[in-house]
Design a protein around this ligand. Structure first.
Ligand code: F3S
Length: 395
């Protein structure tokens, strides 16, 4: 990979140890994937935050990098969800040992210039690249959204690579940064109108088939942004989809004439219904309904407030979101409505990266196919899949 004189000096340690280590990662990636050079980025999103996934080794690595003090991000860089609600972990019953470690991890990232936005939907809270910007994002649902709905360009980066890119302000130019790799290779014709959790079921089916390919959807009705984040999260969890197109909706849907695509699939209403049922792993009672995977938008929180207003919830309810979106939900009165009904708006974390298996829950109700896919394998708990209004039970 070609390096400028300044980039070579960064590799040689002339700009300090943090930059040298970060360049090591970027150059190794570029060499592996045949990148021609590094390209400037405008935004980063860094995963690998929960103490549950990175442990003490990850914390030590970050503290070493931060203590060196020779490099920190100067671009718009935000952090993925940690394993706790950073402010209200005690009230919500998170284990103390875990919360202490978690705060140390987030503090180390902040020292490296990564904002404590702590969300997988950074595009809802000010990290919004422009169309065709090069960026380095790592949370898979956020990658699918920023590539597909915003039309910025990123590969599915690992957490360390996104952190390195944030610190250096560059990423290797290969993969989805190049227009020729952004063409669709599978057409998906959906025969029925979709709503709510149907979008997750569709993404789950197609992710399994397409793997790391680029699907092109022909839908019967127009999805909104919440539907698109649900669809992308599911595609990115059952497969490794980083980019999809929706005809007449997403900004690059007309990159290639669909007549040239040979692989075509048809998805019926029955297949969507069957997949919704298959995503449920038990017929036991739900003890925690956990919404907001990916993190809830303000509209989604309003929808929950409308469902529970004036009622008493039987099972526990978490609505996961960022601290920024919750601040507006507080002002709009949605938080008070949800809390009066017995639910909680939980900031920063989510049902997959939190240690919910240590918190006494056994069956989790989810409206996200990504969560339905990961909660059994990452937390060892059962899930019930459905729409919010069907999952929440009242006294
Ligand atoms: Fe976000 Fe957690 Fe789902 S990080 S996409 S809410 S698994």
């Amino acid at each position: 990979m070609f390096l400028t004189k300044k980039e070579q000096a960064m590799c040689d340690g002339e700009y300090g140890e943090t930059i040298r280590k970060s360049m090591d990662i970027l150059v190794a990636l570029g060499d592996i994937y045949g990148a021609s050079k590094l390209v400037d980025i405008t935004s980063a999103q860094v995963s690998g935050v929960s103490y549950k996934t990175i442990g003490d080794a990850g914390l030590e690595y970050l503290e070493d990098l931060a203590q060196d003090g020779s490099g920190k991000s100067t671009i718009n860089a935000s952090l993925n969800p940690p394993g706790t609600d950073l402010d209200n972990w005690r009230e919500l019953g998170f284990p103390e040992y875990f919360a202490i470690k978690q705060n140390e991890i987030v503090d180390a990232y902040a020292e490296l210039g990564i904002s404590k936005t702590c969300t997988c939907t950074p595009y809802l809270v000010g990290n919004v690249p422009r169309f065709r910007d090069h960026v380095s994002w790592s949370e898979s649902s956020a990658v699918a959204y920023v590539n597909s709905v915003i039309g910025a360009r990123t590969n599915r980066e690992g957490g360390p690579a996104a952190l390195a890119a944030a610190i250096v302000g560059k990423t290797p130019l290969y993969g989805f940064h190049l227009e020729e790799n952004r063409m669709a290779n599978l057409i998906v014709n959906v025969s029925s109108e979709l709503k709510g959790a149907d979008f997750g079921a569709l993404g789950y089916i197609i992710g399994k088939v397409v793997g790391g390919g680029v699907p092109y959807f022909k839908l019967q009705n127009t999805p909104n942004n919440n539907d698109l984040k649900t669809l992308g999260a599911a595609l990115a969890s059952s497969g490794s989809v980083a980019l999809y197109h929706v005809e007449n909706v997403t900004p690059e849907y007309d990159l290639n004439p669909t007549g040239e695509i040979e692989d075509i699939m048809f998805i019926s209403e029955n297949e969507i219904l069957e997949t919704r049922q298959q995503l449920t792993t038990t017929d036991k009672e739900i003890d925690l309904v956990c919404l907001g995977c990916p993190h809830s938008s303000l509209e989604e929180i309003k929808n929950v407030a409308d469902i529970v207003k004036g009622k008493t919830i039987k099972n526990k309810l978490w609505v996961c979101t960022s601290v920024s979106v919750k601040a507006t939900a507080d002002r709009m009165g949605y938080t008070e409505i949800i809390e009066s009904a017995g639910g909680n708006i939980v900031c920063d974390t989510c049902m997959v990266v939190a240690p919910i298996e240590e918190m006494g829950f056994e069956v989790i109700g989810v409206n996200s196919a990504k969560a339905a896919n990961y909660v059994p394998s990452m937390c060892g708990l059962d899930v019930v899949y459905g729409d919010a209004e069907d999952l929440i039970q009242f006294e």
